[in-house]
Structures are given as structure tokens and as C-alpha cells.
Design a protein around this ligand. Structure first.
Ligand SMILES: C[S@@+](CC[C@H](N)C(=O)[O-])C[C@H]1O[C@@H](n2cnc3c(N)ncnc32)[C@H](O)[C@@H]1O
Length: 311
């Protein structure tokens, strides 16, 4: 039988994965290390199957080791007899309490089978909540910024544990970053807040992160040309056909996503080449009405031309 580490996602009950939900529903006991994870788990399992674990609020490593050994000693026999789950917010392998449990189980109860069910991490959920796109080929670094720390260096960073936003902000600004904060993203408990103003979130709340991007960062995308072209067209409301890229009647999707260009089979024009836009024939079985498709030049794959980039 098995101990499952289950990622619950950022906090809204319907962001638990289908697999995570199934494991929770089937488990004999669902162990929860905190109030928030408990409340999410309760949306999927009855209270009598929740096993609460106590962890002391301390940085004393000896006390913490004792607490983890006690938790492992409680969980291991049940995981030998049946299936049990240990839940964490986000993903169990990202800055998570589950890591301590896994190492303690490995050390003292190595016969226990262990499986991990990944969850939607704040590492990915932040992008949608803050309206950020991490384009193909871009780098993104993960840092902690507790107690007003301002880590710097990478072009783009997600900062976890932002507990003193004004102090963190001052350091980041000085180092040339633009910063957006997100509090309680996709969480049912508490108020969700997204802001550029650190003073709006100067009250300490553990569930706060920041996205920092170098202000002078230059992002080169083939589709950026759509933005320029739009202003040259008959209308700039973003919904009409702006330029030669759509002159055969196909519209560009809202937000400028690359889409079927509806070109003649003559295909690529010199202005396309200047803009770095590539065209390629659609596969024969494609149900897209057009012979050529506009390809994003993906920085992440060789020649920007891998088979993953069909639209
Ligand atoms: C110990 S880490 C846990 C990360 C979690 N395992 C995950 O994968 O998202 C806790 C930090 O993650 C960030 N965080 C987690 N969930 C969040 C949410 N829903 N909204 C904002 N920040 C969140 C906060 O910075 C918080 O201090």
C-alpha cells in the first residue's frame, strides 16, 4: 500500500487535479499539515478521514526533526496497511513541507511505498493571475524574499514568501526591476489581490508572491509585428483585420495570437521575411481552412521550427 504526496493546487478546490481528487477520495486517511490545506482537502473528503498533524512554529531544527519523526511514525504504519495521503498546497516538490516528510520516511521507514501527485503550483498559477506570459525560450528564476529581502540578478524572477513588500520593492526598484505582487491567488480563503503598489500589501500575509522583470528587458517575438501592424490598419480596436497578414479574410485572434494567415499558396512575402515570420504548409489532414500557417519563431527549439509549434 502507498503513501501519496498530493499537491492541492493554490487553494481553490476545483484546481485539485483529477488524479489528486481520486487519490483523496480513495485514501483511508488524508493527513494535513495546516489549516489552509485542511480546508481544501475537506472539499473532497469527509472530516472523519482527515488526520491532523501538529508542527511547532519554531526554527529550532532539533524540535522540527522530532516533529517530523513523530509525524512519520504516525503515518508509516497506516501506509503499510492501506493507502494514505499527505496534502500540501501547490505542488509537493516545490518549496513544500512534503519534502521533510519524504526524507524522514526514507530514513526511518524505507519500506513504505511512496508516490507523488503533482499539483498546480504558485510557480505556474501566478502567470495567469498576474497576466504574465513566459514566452518560449525565456528564463525564469525562483527565489525567496522573506523579511524584506531583494534578490537580484536574473531577468525574470518569481519571489516567494514576500513578507515585507515595501522593503523588498525598494531593493528591486533600485536594481532596475518592475514588480507585480500577487496575494492569495486562486485561493478561496482571504482576499485575492494583484497590485504594483507594495503599500497596498504592506500587511504581512504569508501567501504573497512577486513577479520581478528587468525594466529594460527586450523581448523579441515574431508576433510583436501584429501590434505594430494593427495601428497602421483601418481600425485599432484589435478585432478587425489590420494588415496584409489577414488580407484573405482570416482574422487574428484577440491578443494577437498567431493564427492561420489565409495566404495564397505563393506564401511568404518579403515583409514576412523581414519580420522573421515563417510559413509552413499545413498537414494534409488539418481541418484548418488554409494552405499556409503562420508559425511563431520559438526561441526554445532548434530553428524555431519543431513540430510542437503548429497552430
Ligand atoms: C512554502 S511555499 C509553498 C509553495 C507551494 N508548494 C507551491 O507549489 O505553490 C509558500 C509560498 O508560496 C507562495 N504561494 C503559494 N500559494 C500561493 C497563492 N495561492 N497565492 C500567492 N502566493 C502563493 C507564497 O509566496 C508563499 O509564501
Amino acid at each position: 500500500m502507498t503513501l501519496y504526496g498530493v499537491g492541492l493546487g493554490p487553494g481553490e478546490a476545483d484546481l485539485v487535479t483529477v488524479r489528486g481528487k481520486r487519490v483523496l477520495e480513495d485514501a483511508d486517511v488524508v493527513y494535513s499539515p495546516g489549516r489552509l490545506s485542511r480546508s481544501v482537502a475537506l472539499e473532497h473528503v469527509p472530516e472523519e478521514r482527515i488526520g491532523d498533524l501538529e508542527f511547532p512554529m519554531t526554527r529550532d531544527e532539533e524540535k522540527l526533526r522530532t516533529a517530523w519523526k513523530e509525524a512519520a511514525a504516525e503515518i508509516a504504519p497506516n501506509a503499510r496497511e492501506g493507502d494514505v495521503a499527505f496534502v500540501t498546497l501547490g505542488d509537493p516538490n516545490v518549496y513544500s513541507t512534503f519534502g521533510h516528510l519524504r526524507r524522514t520516511i526514507d530514513a526511518f521507514h524505507p519500506d513504505v511505498d511512496l508516490e507523488i501527485v503533482p499539483g498546480v503550483s504558485a510557480v505556474t498559477a501566478f502567470a495567469t493571475a498576474l497576466g504574465v506570459e513566459i514566452e518560449a525560450g525565456a528564463g525564469l528564476s525562483l527565489r525567496e524574499a522573506a523579511k524584506g529581502a531583494s534578490p537580484t540578478g536574473p531577468d525574470r524572477m518569481i519571489l516567494f514568501k514576500v513578507t515585507d513588500a515595501p522593503a523588498t520593492h525598494a531593493g528591486l526598484l533600485e536594481a532596475g526591476y518592475e514588480v507585480t505582487y500577487g496575494r492569495r491567488l486562486f485561493m478561496e480563503q482571504g482576499e485575492t489581490l494583484v497590485t504594483d503598489d507594495p503599500h497596498e500589501i504592506d500587511e504581512r500575509d504569508y501567501y504573497t508572491l512577486a513577479y520581478a522583470e528587468k525594466a529594460d528587458l527586450e523581448i523579441e517575438q515574431a508576433t510583436a509585428a501584429f501590434r505594430t501592424d494593427r495601428t497602421d490598419g483601418p481600425s485599432s480596436d484589435g478585432d478587425t483585420e489590420p494588415d496584409d497578414a489577414t488580407s484573405n479574410g482570416e482574422s487574428i485572434a484577440d491578443g494577437g495570437e498567431p493564427t492561420v494567415a489565409g495566404r495564397s499558396s505563393a506564401g511568404e512575402t518579403s515583409s514576412d521575411r523581414e519580420r522573421g515570420v515563417e510559413f509552413r504548409s499545413l498537414p494534409e489532414d488539418s481541418d484548418v481552412d488554409g494552405t499556409l500557417v503562420d508559425l511563431e519563431r520559438a526561441e526554445g527549439c532548434e530553428h524555431g521550427d519543431c513540430s510542437e509549434h503548429w497552430y
